[in-house]
Design a protein around this ligand. Sequence first.
Ligand SMILES: *Cc1c(COP(=O)(O)O)cnc(C)c1O
Length: 431
Amino acid sequence: MPGGVAGALPAAAPEAAEPMAAIWADFVRLVPPAMTHWQHPRFMAYFPANAAPASMLAEQLANAMAAQCMLWQTSPAATEMETVMVGWLRDALGLPPHFAGTIHDSATTATLAAVVTMRERALGHAGNREGLAGGPRLRLYATAETHSSVEKAARVAGIGQANLVRVATDATLAMDPVALAAAIAGDRAAGDRPAGVILCAGGTSVGAFDRVGAAAAVARAEGLPVHVDAAWAGAAMICPEFRPLWEGVAGVDSIVVDPHKWLGAQFDCAVQFLADPAPQIRALGLRPAYLATVGAGAVTDYNEWTIPLGRRFRALKLWFVLRAYGLEGLRQRIRNHVAWTGELARTLARLPGVEIVTAPALALFTFALAAGDGATEALLARINDDGRVYLTPTRHRGRAAIRVAVGQFDCTRDDVMMAATVVAELLGRTD
Ligand SMILES: *Cc1c(COP(=O)(O)O)cnc(C)c1O
């Protein structure tokens, strides 16, 4: 019930210290019952936010050391581990060795960093100094399948949501490169200044993939930087057989992959790969006198690559996860999830009245009832009231649909197929 927890808390902080036993008892009473069980093996809502046990241990160690890792000097292990882990992950994803990178809290922040960098490149690095007033109108290009974080980046970077051009997609939901070229040409003719292209490798609603190589070729011909949002699907690229889905990625400027989604690194851990970090460091880096450190020049201070100054020790959980499961263990999980997703979609499609709205993209598909949006929405409510599996809604081409996102770290085939059992039971009953 909305307000249930807030209503159980006192209106003000206590003046006198309270015993830890009382705090603990209230925690047990109030908090766990009002939490969503993201680590449950039948959580198939949103996207997974996996916290593999090895990663939880690393996170607790980082918390116990309680360091603020803003500079190399303020915890050399954190900075150096970050450099090496970004390299391990880059190689594991099959990205070429010229990519450097850093770890942000979220894909939203990584995309904002990329968009601010696009803005500054488009303005010859004058925006940070002089502000945006009186400057040219900047334009960004993406399809409607990209995540809302791209809109947020356009807002926060001062480019404006209206200047995020929604490029048409083809029948496969990929950006139409001809439409991209036409949009850029039209904007230039109107006196506007194109700043960059944001591509989607695994969209959040139904898992759309742009054809990265084709769109990036247009951007390159126009001298525009490209950022690829692979927040969810990027994890799957540890399996070579899925890499055709983001073919051409080797030629882009920036890529974000969230190991905190499908790879098991407890939230938060968003890795941004950069073909050349220099423009982003120029856009975001500041060196005030009170941060002057030993070894400057010889060390990397990742705060200059990112938006916040303060930094958590996020590389530690990547180190633990990659070692505790090995790339082969992680690949096996992802391959299982993809295979079981296909099996579940085929099973659901055989139920009378059920239609697959979007076919599986890796471990995500959507379905609906032929009877219409009202019936689909009512079915979703009954699925979630039943409680054995958790699914969430979306809309696709104007139609209400139910999303199924498989990928909890230790789910089994039985966990995944339970979704079909639940739907079959509910459709066979009229209560
Ligand atoms: C989840 C998701 C995001 C946002 O990720 P955060 O790390 O929560 O900011 C962005 N893009 C895509 C494609 C996503 O799936």
